[in-house]
Write a protein that binds this ligand. Structure first.
Ligand code: 3AM
Length: 190
């Protein structure tokens, strides 16, 4: 089964992001916008795991979340991966990475690697993917999209309290991925 670990978003944040996506859809650009119900902040992509390994993975997540305090995250900046010249992913993230979130992602990498889950080479970057670019955009079009996100986001309060971590199964289909909650893990009460 294909699985990943993520932070779910409050419905108000999903609605705000969805309204921004709607404003951008009027541009005739080849971008797949992530469905509002699928918006999340990935902590760790696990890849294809054998179902019999699921319990071991849950134990690891539980061991980490139990000793990591909940935190507040403020989403305050749009960005792209890998860079403006070759952008494939449009995201909203933060330039104020909470220490607990950084530690959570690092601990998951370290402890899951012991169980054979491949480590992510890139350093953790807290982001919510909102769109996937299907074919490269003109730099001027991309700049316009980013500016529109900044304008639409100005004045929005995107802070939220993160109190739990979710293990998702991702099923790929013709209409895009469908995510199912496999388990949830409470963070320590701060
Ligand atoms: O939240 P984002 O978009 O960063 O891109 C996928 C998504 O991350 C990522 O896992 C999250 C849930 O699907 N993902 C999918 N395939 C991946 C892979 N082979 C991957 N991350 C790393 N390697």
């Amino acid at each position: 089964m294909r699985a990943f670990i993520a932070i779910e978003l409050p419905v108000e944040i999903k609605n705000s992001l969805s309204r921004i996506q709607e404003k951008l859809k009027i541009e005739p650009l080849k971008i797949n916008w992530v469905k509002p119900q699928n918006l999340h902040l990935t902590l760790k992509f696990l890849g294809d795991i054998p179902p019999k390994q699921l319990n071991e993975i849950k134990q690891i997540i539980s061991g980490i979340t139990r000793i990591t305090s909940g935190f507040e995250i403020k989403l305050n900046t749009p960005g792209v991966f890998p860079d403006m010249a070759a952008a494939r992913i449009i995201w909203i993230g933060t330039d104020q990475l909470p220490l607990e979130l950084k530690q959570l992602a690092e601990q998951l990498e370290i402890k899951l690697a012991v169980s054979g889950i491949p480590r992510q080479e890139k350093t953790f970057s807290a982001h919510i993917t909102i769109g996937r670019i299907k074919s490269l955009l003109l730099l001027s079009d991309l700049e316009k999209v980013i500016d529109k996100i900044k304008t639409a986001a100005a004045g929005l309060n995107w802070g939220f309290d993160c109190k739990k971590v979710t293990l998702f199964e991702s099923t790929l289909g013709p209409g895009g991925p469908a995510y199912t909650v496999l388990d949830q893990f409470n963070l320590k009460i701060a």
